[in-house]
Design a protein. Structure first.
Ligand SMILES: Cc1ncc(COP(=O)(O)O)c(C=O)c1O
Length: 416
């Protein structure tokens, strides 16, 4: 008897997560055949030799005997106190432990908060490029992402007038990713003020993904949105994965700020959805206080001589020396998002390029169009490898782009 294949949720066809998609699968096949690849597709510090700071590891080890039971659905009280105090210090109005939600990474909280917010057909203003989970979670919670451009010509900064023009009666929220993945843009205060004014005018929830808040280069300054938003409901996301290099612990948080009356039932909705999944992983929550109120271990990595700073320098030098690439220098986060230009860009397809780079040069990057942009001549690399490895990566990329340019030239001659 042949059984009918299982049907899956139809809207999954609209959802992509290519950072771990087909190219990554092909990379695993090649590795199984014995090929040694340089994989730049995931911002996963532990995979590049970074360790979570020792005092965080110790904070968990010391309390491991206390990690067996479920906790409150919003997280361990002491962890929520520490997050609320951290937010108060940076000026978040009405931040209190009761309005903190701890999750299995920011990822879980993105999904949970959109599920708490959206009704079918509701719209969410999402940056393009975006971190693709924002689009996916909007779609899977029956919403519709409406993209506002963060154009390379504008340093990957959004245009508030364009955001305002995209607001419709169905718009419920504005997503901001700052510092940005994949572009590395860091948004100036005046720009954030204008976006907050739009949210205020149209009564939209501000959803601020600030997971890279302390990963900043060359004097860039991070401005959290919540203090600007004041009484306006704002949900600010942070976590241990990036700044504290502990992706595998799966610890993230969301802080609801602004006037509690204006946030209506949203707090209850988040609490209920949190309760349905019982609680987040407990061990990592014991590191939160040490992370937020202990020694700063990220600034030195981002300062001259620090590994992330030097990795970014290696990418910027390589792009500057390239005959085919240009780039807006990342001001923060863990990525660079270069563009292919000139002859090599003729007929260029970012997916084809990424596949050929993998097959012929043993380097895995993420095609730019994976981040929900309409153009196809960008790619993303993470800044996590050793600077020397990044220089080698860009030598290989240049070699392939030389071939792309040669092919484009030959085609042009053939057509002429
Ligand atoms: C912008 C952004 N938000 C959220 C996440 C998810 O982080 P977490 O490990 O906390 O789930 C990532 C991970 O790369 C990210 O880049």
């Amino acid at each position: 008897m042949s059984l009918p294949p299982i049907k899956t949720r139809e809207r999954l066809t609209e959802v992509r997560y290519e950072i771990r998609g087909e190219l990554a699968r092909r990379a695993r096949e090649l590795e199984a055949q014995g090929r040694r690849l340089i994989k730049l597709n995931i911002g996963n510090p532990g995979a590049f030799g970074f360790r979570a700071p020792e005092h965080l590891q110790r904070a968990i080890a010391d309390r491991i005997a206390d990690t067996d039971p479920y906790t409150h659905q919003q997280g361990l009280p002491a962890a929520r106190e520490a997050i609320a105090a951290f937010h108060k210090r940076r000026g978040t109005p009405n931040a209190s432990p009761e309005r903190v939600f701890v999750g299995n990474g920011v990822s879980e909280l993105i999904d949970l908060s959109l599920r708490a917010l959206l009704n079918p057909g509701d719209e969410v203003l999402v940056p393009s490029p975006d971190y693709p989970l924002w689009s996916a979670a909007t779609i899977l919670n029956d919403g519709r992402p409406v993209y506002y451009r963060c154009a390379p010509e504008n340093g990957f900064l959004p245009d508030p007038d364009e955001i305002a023009a995209l607001v419709s009666p169905r718009t419920r929220a504005i997503v901001l990713i700052n510092p940005n993945n994949p572009t590395g843009a860091v948004y100036p205060r005046e720009l954030l003020e204008r976006i907050v004014a739009i949210a205020a005018r149209h009564k939209l929830l501000l959803m601020c993904d600030e997971i890279y808040d302390h990963i900043l280069y060359d004097g860039a300054r991070f401005q959290p949105v919540a203090p600007i938003a004041g009484d306006l409901p704002c949900l600010s996301f942070g976590g241990l994965s990036k700044v504290h290099r502990a992706c595998g612990w799966r610890v993230g948080w969301a802080v609801l700020s602004g006037d509690p009356v204006a946030s209506g039932d949203f707090h209850h909705a988040m609490d209920l959805l949190g309760a349905l999944r019982l609680c987040a992983n407990v061990p990592g929550q014991f590191a939160i206080e040490a992370a937020l109120h202990g020694e700063d271990t990220i600034s030195a990595l981002c300062a001259p001589g620090g590994r992330l700073h030097e990795a970014r320098r290696a990418v910027m030098d390589s792009v500057a020396a390239s005959a085919h690439l240009r780039m807006v220098a990342p001001q923060g986060a863990l990525y660079a998002f270069p563009a292919v230009t000139g002859e090599a860009a003729h007929g260029f397809d970012d997916h084809r390029f990424a596949l050929e780079l993998l097959e012929t040069e043993d380097v895995l990057v993420v095609p730019g169009s994976s981040f929900n942009v309409p153009y196809r001549h960008h790619f993303r690399v993470t800044l996590l490898p050793q600077p020397e490895d990044l220089r080698e990566v860009f030598r290989r990329i240049e070699r392939l782009l030389d071939r792309c340019a040669e092919r484009a030239r030959a085609q042009r001659v053939a057509v002429a």
